[in-house]
Design a protein around this ligand. Structure first.
Ligand SMILES: Nc1ncnc2c1ncn2[C@@H]1O[C@H](COP(=O)(O)OP(=O)(O)OP(=O)(O)O)[C@@H](O)[C@H]1O
Length: 315
């Protein structure tokens, strides 16, 4: 991934959003002073439980929700000072399938390009249709398209003005595996070949783990963690080691402090320990000292799901 170190695609400072209370409800603080920088060229994940404030943040970036206070810079342009330039730098693929049923994919892309003031000679309608795999449906009415095709058209619409930053709000919620693969292949290609910065929200943590270089976790309108995916995974202290003994293993034997052992029905021994307290080597030594011959060994790494639960539970 082509990181241009030190340069940010997005700079958010002390961002607040308070929605007016609906029908006698008190006002809702959806963002409580968030600071966040997103580096150019990254694939950046914005994660958080339902209602955390992700859509509010994305909608502020897209210019669809007006912030209460704070500063937002998009590709170096302050949203309040240079609204036109900051809007031109970003393309958003929304969650809802809000397509006019009477437009064809080609028509929808042309209208969108018009809205962004892209001159006819600079339009890349055919190229985008090809990219989203809708060339053969270019002239079919949107209402005849499948859900997956509509979603791809939304991706296409986000790309008409060739933005430097692409924001995807829950792009794969409720889509089948094939479409998910296709979306991710395209998104990777845009990132790798054009250096496009990608920001996405997703409920699928394994997807974020696989796709994103860096991740920010927000909860109750506040940023609670921001780090590389690798470092976030490294946060987890809990480790599991599975040893399959060759031949038997004694019922009980000495183990280092803090190690819990369970015996699985197939004979494998499962050791839970924390990295701070013990090492895999100490467990191997104890196992060998008990006369056990090690047939096979596996470790089970924590995944983003574990990190996420640890960081967001009870807060
Ligand atoms: N227009 C609105 N008026 C009042 N409150 C709102 C409005 N939009 C969102 N909220 C509230 O603001 C909070 C944050 O909502 P937001 O949609 O940003 O969360 P989210 O993290 O995107 O959640 P989800 O994953 O469910 O989309 C929620 O408590 C929500 O109910």
């Amino acid at each position: 991934m082509s990181h241009d170190i030190g340069r940010n695609a997005i700079e958010i400072e002390a961002l607040r959003k308070t929605y007016a209370g609906r029908a006698g409800q008190p006002p809702k603080e959806a963002l409580k002073g968030v600071d966040l920088c997103i580096p150019q060229g990254s694939i950046f994940g914005l994660l958080g439980p339902n209602g955390a404030g992700k859509s509010t943040m994305i909608n502020i970036l897209a210019g669809l929700v007006i912030k209460t206070s704070g500063r937002v810079k998009i590709w170096g342009f302050d949203q309040d000072v240079n609204p036109r330039q900051s809007r031109a730098a970003i393309g958003v693929m929304p969650q809802e399938l809000n397509l006019d049923p009477f437009f064809t994919p080609r028509g929808a892309l042309e209208v969108q390009a018009g809205l962004y003031g892209v001159p006819k000679r600079d339009r890349r309608t055919d190229e985008i249709l090809e990219l989203i795999g809708l060339s053969d449906k270019a002239d079919a009415y949107a209402r005849t398209l499948s859900g997956g095709m509509r979603r791809r058209l939304l991706l296409g619409k986000a790309l008409v003005h060739n933005p430097q930053i692409l924001v995807l709000d829950e792009p794969t919620a409720g889509v089948d595996i094939e479409l998910r693969q296709m979306l991710w292949t395209n998104v990777r290609k845009l990132n790798e070949e054009r250096g496009m910065t990608i920001i996405l929200t997703t409920h699928y943590l394994e997807e974020a783990q696989e796709m994103c270089d860096e991740i920010a976790i927000i909860n109750h309108g506040a940023l609670i963690k921001r780090d590389t995916t690798k470092n976030l995974l490294g946060l987890m202290d809990a480790k599991t080691l599975v040893i399959e003994p060759e031949g038997g293993a004694p019922e009980v034997f000495d183990l280092p402090d803090g190690v819990k052992m369970e015996r699985r029905r197939d004979g494998a021994l499962v050791f839970d320990y924390s990295r701070g307290q013990c090492s895999a080597n100490a467990i191997f030594d104890a196992v060998k000292a008990a006369g056990i011959i090690i047939g096979d060994v596996r470790t089970m790494e924590p995944d983003l799901e574990d990190v996420f639960v640890e960081l967001t539970s009870g807060k």
